[in-house]
Ligand binder design. Structure first.
Ligand code: LMR
Length: 394
């Protein structure tokens, strides 16, 4: 039977991660997979996470099952972090999921259950796993323009033109903050225009918020998601704790479904619970318990928020250093966009052959679409990268 399995194209981010690990060059630089690294190149366990782990170890007396939607205390704590008081708690159905990807997967399954003919609008470009999951589920997808390769900013006019194609009941996937892979984000006025249009058309937003705290700060990064949730009749929000709590391998996230109609919230909750059961029964608990412990303890929460802020500022600093270094190396301002972008990623807008040259000749790994993980840099590698970028002719 296995011979009948269709060949699977490897995910380009994960394939590059493996290629980097196999590269024997000592001075290789990994700017591929979206994982935060400190100046020493380490992805540290955050201080508050370590403390919470100790507390959980001391206090936990059982590993018996939680519930199909996870621990309600985790859901309440995360709803508070993402949505604050943008909508009443009673308007939100929620379920813990294995990471943000799990939340996206359950969201898309729920969308398909509600309407097998649904169309999902995706930004061009977007995180490659979005279209991959959508195609796997046999859902129709439509691209909308998002990134202007010349200015390396949002192509807002193109985006709004393409969103004219939205119809009532269509789903539109939006990145809540820190757009992956471009790093280019809508400003508040643009967000308002998008929300007004979606509300007028009657489309349903699905927000992927995986980098809250990595862009302009915990509150600013959630502002657009809160605005959307408060402005439309129904929306879905997939949130990840992988990056902002640094618990990547624990697979911690949640899906929220928001509606002001109590009957719709009940129906969404039933479906999310059933989909968790069908897919994996109970979502992972360890990472969720750490997050809950941190968010519900004022001292731990303050320590976590301050370490996250250090992480955010270090990435902003690297952006500024790289933009300045590239200005020196190239004698032009054409890389100024790097300091404007937010989050972990920036898209250089360079041809795949040049990105391959960076890998082959310099041991510098970027995703082939020219996405670069800023957090993979440090003060020593910034000038190395700047010189290589100019040398290869980007
Ligand atoms: C990324 O975009 O690099 C991260 O979200 C990791 C992943 O799973 O692709």
């Amino acid at each position: 039977m296995f011979q009948n399995l269709p060949p699977q194209a490897p995910d380009k981010i994960i394939a590059l991660m493996q290629q980097f690990r196999a590269d024997p060059r000592e001075d290789k630089i990994d700017l591929g997979v979206g994982v935060y690294r400190n100046a020493e190149g380490i992805t540290p366990v955050m201080r508050a996470v370590k403390t919470a782990e100790q507390q959980v170890w001391d206090a936990q007396t059982t590993k018996a099952y939680t519930g199909l939607i996870g621990d309600p205390a985790f859901l309440d704590a995360m709803i508070g972090l993402v949505l604050d008081d943008a909508v009443p708690r009673a308007d939100i159905a929620a379920a813990a999921t294995p990471g943000g990807t799990g939340a996206i997967r359950i969201a898309l399954e729920l969308i398909k259950l509600a309407n097998p003919q649904v169309r999902v609008f995706l930004s061009d470009p977007t995180w490659p796993n979005h279209p991959a999951i959508i195609d796997y589920l046999g859902i129709e997808r439509v691209s909308y323009r998002y990134f202007d390769n010349d200015t390396r900013a949002v192509d807002f006019d193109g985006m709004m033109q393409d969103l004219k194609g939205l119809r009532a009941g269509d789903v539109i996937l939006l990145h809540g903050c820190c757009h992956n892979p471009t790093g280019a984000n809508l400003n508040p006025v643009e967000w308002q225009a998008v929300v007004d249009h979606i509300a007028a058309v009657g489309a349903v937003p699905l927000i992927d918020i995986a980098y809250q705290g990595f862009g302009d700060g915990l509150e600013s990064d959630a502002a657009a998601t809160r605005k959307v949730a408060a402005s439309v009749p129904d929306c879905l929000i997939a949130a990840s704790c992988s990056k902002n709590f640094g618990v990547y391998r624990e697979r911690t996230g949640l899906l929220m479904a928001v509606s002001s109609d109590a009957a719709k919230v009940k129906r969404a909750q039933e479906s999310m619970t059933a989909l968790n059961r069908l897919n994996y029964s109970f979502p992972p608990d360890h990472g969720a318990r750490l997050v809950t412990t941190i968010l519900n303890d004022p001292a731990l929460r303050a320590d976590w928020a301050s370490e996250l802020e250090e992480v955010r500022l270090s990435m902003l600093n690297l952006r500024q250093q790289l933009a300045a270094e590239l200005q020196r190396a190239s004698g032009s301002d054409r890389f100024a966009f790097l300091a404007q972008h937010r989050g972990m990623f920036s898209r250089l807008g360079a041809a795949p052959e040049l990105i391959e040259k960076l890998r082959a000749d310099y041991g510098i790994y970027l995703i082939g679409d020219s996405r670069m993980n800023i957090a993979g840099l440090n003060a020593q590698t910034v000038p190395v990268l700047a010189k290589a970028i100019v040398d290869v002719g980007i």
